[in-house]
Design a protein around this ligand. Structure first.
Ligand code: 5AD
Ligand code: FES
Length: 348
């Protein structure tokens, strides 16, 4: 196993057979070795820096019906909300005062926010905070829509591929197309965004063969950012009683991603912090180099419930900023409040 890990460290690639062999046979000692190699790799690319992004969850209306997700259209128990442009801007102001240079606008697929409205939101934010990066995370749109947002000033786009197994994808996304989602990611790249893809770990029925597909898809796509986290069940979904993904398997995936794509920006996600109190710290030690504290107004925090047990609800953005800063420094890393662009990206 060590030989395979060394090869991955050197070449940033393992073929399907080698990777499956590693996933099927990795033991505790090899895991520590893998995590150590991932840590060395991040130290070589971005050093001990951890980049901060302010997350604004501006709508939990969603027309999609992903079976794992708490804000799926069919969930009649979800208490829906939308933020006004003024509320979004005041969340940005708070973020600006706390030093954030990236705002992530995330929401369900909500037709209320037409392209014109999204463009207006981007323009307003850029007008007030010109040196701040804007990341969108609002789902599948046409090439033309993505292009309009980019031309209005959006810099980055997060669209997890969720799983690279077509069969598993189709089971989890009754209303959606596996091919279209991938097409969206390629379109975003073509337009010039810094693109974020990613998948969930520990989905019901997910296998090591599926993870091989995820890692190989990511290697092919070459996204600038990759968001992964454990699947966490939500009580009002068809997967309410399924087991959650584990910290251990998620950390292994983070380390593998760092080794396959050494330059990627890789968050230690909230979901990871939710299944284990020290989850995010463990994610950072396995190659993670981004955290995304919440800037949404406290009144809507609990409503943006994709999974149960989400941490940090009810915390002031300022408190959260302090808490996460302490966590990062105690874990041996340093906070970086700059825009934190991917080292290979320039706006075109
Ligand atoms: N558990 C873990 N992650 C989830 N997401 C949505 N629902 C869940 C869940 N129950 C993730 C998806 C989505 C991102 C915003 O949150 O991967 O892309
Ligand atoms: Fe948000 Fe600790 S990271 S309160």
């Amino acid at each position: 196993m060590k030989k395979l890990i060394d090869k991955l460290y050197r070449e940033n690639y393992l073929d399907e057979k080698e990777l499956l062999d590693l996933l099927n046979n990795i033991n505790k000692e090899n895991k520590d070795y893998l995590i150590d190699k991932a840590h060395q790799t991040r130290m070589r690319t971005y050093g001990d820096k951890v980049f901060m992004r302010g997350l604004i969850e501006f709508t939990n209306y969603c027309k999609m019906d992903c079976v794992y997700c708490g804000i799926r259209a069919s969930n009649k128990n979800a208490d829906r909300y939308r933020l006004t442009i003024e509320e979004i801007l005041s969340a940005c102001e708070m973020g600006d005062r706390l030093g954030y240079k990236t705002f992530v606008l995330q929401g369900g697929e909500d037709a209320f926010y037409t392209d014109d409205k999204i463009v207006e939101i981007i323009r307003e934010i850029k007008k007030e905070f010109p040196d701040t990066a804007i990341t969108l995370s609002i789902g599948e749109k046409s090439y033309e829509s993505y292009k309009r947002y980019y031309d209005a000033g959006a810099d980055r786009y997060l669209l997890r591929h969720e799983t690279a197994s077509k069969e598993l994808y189709e089971r989890l996304h009754p209303k959606a197309s596996f091919e279209n989602r991938r097409e969206c990611l390629w379109n975003l790249k073509k337009i010039g965004y810094q693109v974020g893809a990613g998948f969930m770990v520990g989905l019901p029925g997910q296998t090591n063969e599926d993870y091989v597909k995820d890692l190989h898809f990511l290697k092919e796509l070459q996204p600038h950012m990759i968001g992964i986290g454990p699947f966490i069940s939500h009580k009002d979904t068809p997967l309410a009683h399924k087991e959650n993904g584990t910290l251990e398997e998620t950390v292994v995936m983070l380390a593998l991603i760092r080794l396959f794509l050494p330059d990627v920006l890789l968050p230690a996600t909230t979901a990871l912090g939710t299944i284990d109190p020290l989850g995010r710290e463990k994610g950072l030690k396995a190659g993670g180099n981004v955290v995304m504290p919440n800037l949404s107004p406290i009144s809507v925090r609990e409503k943006y419930s994709l999974y149960n047990g989400k941490i940090c609800t009810g915390d002031e953005a300022a408190e959260c900023r302090k808490c996460i800063e302490g966590r990062i420094t105690r874990a041996g890393f340093s906070i970086d409040m700059s825009r934190g662009d991917n080292i290979n990206w320039r706006r075109k």
